[in-house]
Ligand binder design. Structure first.
Ligand code: NAD
Ligand code: G6P
Ligand code: MN
Length: 443
């Protein structure tokens, strides 16, 4: 689709990530020229705060870029090349319930893992598919880059419901962790690494990490993991909140379970759920931390910019962490054939694993989309864990499609984070009431 410049719609325009992504798009214009940015959201008021501040910034720094915001899908999705999807169906009010309801029953509460992740999945599927359909209706040649969570469930749903759509599901966690590993080895960032990885989203392992000259970096990284997990190598990362530091430290114990691979941080929720529950405050979870931190900061700054009528003097910086989104769009548009970790249908890329599973693996991206890099066969331990978790994700999607209470109960029951079918049922029944405005009606 190589063009002189591109039109991009950000769906979830009112997201806390929007200003950072907009600034990144503008900042990277040499790499990936953008002539039009549209924000789309179904919450006009939330989006307007972010959008008005962005408009002031763009007027002052990049007046040549056309910028608008809307809640009208026809306006948002007509004549565009890329949709960046970052929606949170139910917003933080519902994330709060995802996290706090399971904790009442002694089960961990997390945005993408366990019962909370399943509940969020049943809200997200419809929202993401709606945006994909708008894009296909108004701009049939466009690509959607989705990082709305829970990406594992959303990707499995789009694999089943929209198998031919131009959607790529991606997560930034492997990138952030590879940046940390690069730091451990005195390298700049993840682009300096050659790697092998297999898993599901928020559920995977590196089996190979080399530098670009072919030197094995695993011994160095393993030594660091055994001592500190991912902690003490995170300088420059956005994850500075206390809970993320705790997660980086806990990765030491996650690593200990299989010291032949390097784990994704999210495995702590499946391997140490009792520890996570013991260290949770049922009255103050990650949502509270995000609302008191990131949301307050981002919206506070936006309101201040609007009040002053200028974005000068705020020291605004692009979110460098989100540069992978620009790189991915450019790879599709300009056929760069760069490597990205994507969430894609397996189809043999992991040989001894369900071909219909949605897995996270390295891929090469060009103008025809992605080509998967085979990861060979995986060990028994990882295979066992992945088979259980992929079944949770598949059952959750089936429950949404079939409106099935039974399948959803099975999904929760099968989650490694839930001790029994009885507890699963109690949590499900309370989540079902809390989600009545968002879930399909279950029978
Ligand atoms: P947020 O609540 O600040 O923003 C989400 C926005 O989406 C809100 O403004 C909301 O009104 C809007 N929205 C909800 N449903 C919508 C719909 N159906 N159509 C249009 N807009 C809708 O959330 P946030 O913390 O900024 O996160 C945004 C999303 O990005 C979340 O899904 C989060 O999990 C995800 N995320 C993913 C990754 C990744 O690695 N995959 C990384 C960061 C964030
Ligand atoms: C990581 C994950 C995302 C998640 C994000 C932030 O980047 O990969 O999927 O959304 O963390 O979570 P937070 O708790 O800060 O909203
Ligand atoms: Mn993620």
């Amino acid at each position: 689709m190589s063009k002189e410049s591109y039109a991009v719609t950000i769906a979830g325009g009112g997201s806390t990530y929007t200003p950072g992504v907009v600034l990144m798009l503008l900042n990277d214009s040499e790499k990936f020229p953008v002539s039009r940015i549209v924000l789309y959201d179904n919450d006009a008021e939330r989006q307007a705060t972010i959008a008005k501040a962005c408009a002031i910034y763009i007027q002052e720094t990049h007046p040549e870029v056309s910028f608008s915001y809307t809640t009208d899908p026809a306006v948002a999705f007509t004549g565009i090349d890329f949709v960046l999807a970052q929606i949170r169906v139910g917003k933080y009010a519902m994330r709060d319930k995802d996290e706090k309801i399971p904790l009442k029953y002694g089960v961990l509460g997390q945005e993408t893992c366990g019962p909370g992740g399943i509940a969020y999945g049943l809200r997200s599927i419809g929202g993401v598919i709606e945006i994909l359909d708008y894009m296909e209706k108004y701009s049939p040649n466009a690509w959607m880059l989705n990082y709305s969570n829970p990406a594992a469930i959303v990707a499995e749903a789009t694999r089943r419901l929209r198998p031919n759509s131009k959607i790529i599901n991606i997560c930034d966690m492997p990138i952030a962790l590879m940046d940390i590993m690069a730091t451990m080895c005195g390298l700049h960032d993840y682009r300096d690494l050659d790697y092998g990885y297999y898993g599901l989203n928020h559920f995977g392992w590196w089996w190979k990490i080399k530098d670009l000259q072919g030197n094995d970096l695993m011994p160095q990284i393993k030594e660091h993991m055994a001592k500190n997990g991912y902690a003490d190598a995170t300088a420059g990362l956005e994850f500075v909140d206390a809970s993320w530091n705790a997660t980086f430290q806990k990765a030491k114990d996650v690593y200990a379970v299989d010291p032949s691979t390097i784990p994704n941080t999210y495995l702590k929720y499946y391997l140490y759920p009792d520890y996570v529950v013991a260290h949770s405050d049922p009255k103050h979870t990650r949502t509270d931390e995000v609302r008191e931190g990131r949301e307050k900061r981002v919206f506070g700054t936006a309101r201040e910019i609007i009040a002053r009528g200028t974005a000068k003097g705020f020291g605004l910086k692009p979110d460098e962490h989100s540069e992978y989104i620009v790189d991915l769009a450019r790879a599709l548009a300009e056929n760069t054939k760069e490597r990205f970790m994507l969430i894609v249908p397996n189809h043999g890329a992991i040989e001894n694993f369900d071909p219909t599973a949605t897995v996270e693996i390295p891929c090469i991206v060009g103008s025809d989309g992605y080509e998967k890099l085979c990861q060979g066969t995986i060990p028994q331990f990882q295979k066992g864990m992945m088979e259980q978790q992929v079944s949770v994700e598949k059952l959750a999607v089936s429950a949404w499609i079939d409106h099935s209470y039974q399948e959803l109960w099975q999904a929760l029951t099968l989650s490694k984070t839930v001790p029994s079918a009885a507890v699963a049922k109690q949590i499900l029944d309370e989540l079902r009431v809390a989600n009545k405005d968002f879930w399909p009606e279950l029978h």
